[in-house]
Design a protein around this ligand. Structure first.
Ligand code: SF4
Length: 375
């Protein structure tokens, strides 16, 4: 694993941190968009290496966390039908709906299966023509191409027993919603490298210029993140607001045009409610009319109405960077991974789960400097 270890070198991390400390002359708040970046920051104690005046807040880039309550309710309703085999990534099974979750539905007899790819669900539909196979299509621009591919493959195979329950969301509208919010504190963004590997970063350029915020496309290893922070701080200190690409080894400005074309062929942009945040215009993907036959909502008509998160859960504030997980009164007491009140405590990319896993005993303290060497 020599290649990965080079991006986790503690001495190089310290040098980046010193460089950042030399640049910072006043308080700044930077949001990392992606839950994978949040977990790396918390796991390796990267924030402990930074000056106290530089605050990292955690963004909405956890697909499980932002899937709204009513979509979990719809999933449970569809999964409960006797003719349905409901396929999902494992993370979604313990996300609370209004009164229960998919894991409980499975325990009560629903045919709910964990899959690792939407193509596994297509294969299940092909193997079991007597079953209606539904795939729970959640996530950002990163998972949309594979889900589009599954629909295209089902069409080519002539499958009439395969459909998607689509709850896709898009990153740029969520960034704009955060920046336009009256309680916004974000002054710069680390954009998610894998989303940009698909979509490129031209969509971010008008946001950077309209809201005067630097946006740095950033990877996921400790040195990627510290490098991204250094680039963002340099822009903030210089009064610049541009899009920069730290993750050039994986991201091109134009992104992956084949994947984008596949998304455009199968999906269309729709308004979408985000868990804990509410509706954001043009922030989701739904199936194109030409693929309506693969739409589980049309096929089964689940009736779940829009619902809010459990009243105690502060997920909306966590996902907008207004609160940190340990500032939620339920953190680690009434809300734990075993008994989660909200999705950010369930997901492997959730900020609350990261704080619980790595900082439960001292959530408001950071891990000592040097932790970047831990695996
Ligand atoms: S700790 Fe639990 S209740 Fe609080 S915001 Fe996170 S998920 Fe919601």
């Amino acid at each position: 694993m020599k290649f990965v270890s080079e991006y986790r070198d503690p001495e190089a991390a310290r040098q980046y941190a010193e460089r950042i400390a030399r640049m910072v002359t006043r308080p700044w708040t930077i949001m990392e968009i992606c839950g994978g970046q949040t977990h790396a920051i918390v796991k390796y104690g990267l924030d402990a290496l930074l000056p106290a005046t530089l605050t990292l807040v955690h963004g909405p880039g956890c697909p499980v966390c932002v899937t709204p309550v009513e979509f979990i309710d719809k999933a449970i309703e569809v999964a409960g039908r006797p003719e349905v085999t409901f396929c999902s990534f494992g993370d979604m099974l313990r996300v609370p709906g209004t009164s229960t979750d998919l894991l409980a539905a499975k325990a009560n007899g629903a045919d709910v299966r964990i899959v690792y790819s939407p193509l596994d669900a297509v294969a299940a539909a092909q193997a079991h023509p007597d079953r209606q196979v539904v795939f729970f299509a959640v996530g950002f621009e990163t998972t949309a191409p594979a889900n589009a591919m599954a629909v295209r493959q089902a069409e080519q195979l002539g499958l009439t027993n395969f459909s998607l329950l689509v709850a896709h969301v898009l990153v740029p509208p969520a960034m704009e919603a955060i920046l336009a919010s009256p309680d916004n504190r974000v002054q710069g963004f680390l954009a998610a490298g894998h989303v940009c590997a698909v979509m490129g970063y031209t969509e971010y350029e008008p946001i950077a210029s309209r809201y005067r915020v630097p946006i740095v496309v950033t990877g996921f290893e400790p040195l990627d993140i510290l490098h991204g922070i250094a680039l963002c701080v340099a822009q903030l200190e210089a009064g610049r607001a541009e899009v920069e690409n730290q993750y050039a080894r994986a991201v091109r400005r134009e992104g992956n045009r084949s994947a984008q074309e596949l998304i455009r062929q199968v999906f269309t942009v729709v308004p979408r409610r985000w868990r804990g945040v509410g509706e954001i215009p043009a922030s989701g993907l739904g199936l194109q009319a030409a693929y309506a036959a693969f739409d589980a909502e049309r096929r089964f008509g689940p009736a779940a109405a829009p619902r809010d998160e459990a009243s105690e859960c502060r997920a909306g504030q966590i996902l907008r960077g207004v609160l940190k997980p340990h500032e939620c009164p339920a953190f680690g007491t009434r809300c734990t991974p075993e008994r989660p009140l909200g999705a950010p405590m369930v997901s492997s990319e959730g900020a609350c789960a990261a704080y619980y896993r790595y900082r439960r005993s001292s959530p408001d303290q950071t891990v000592p400097a040097g932790a970047a060497s831990r695996d």
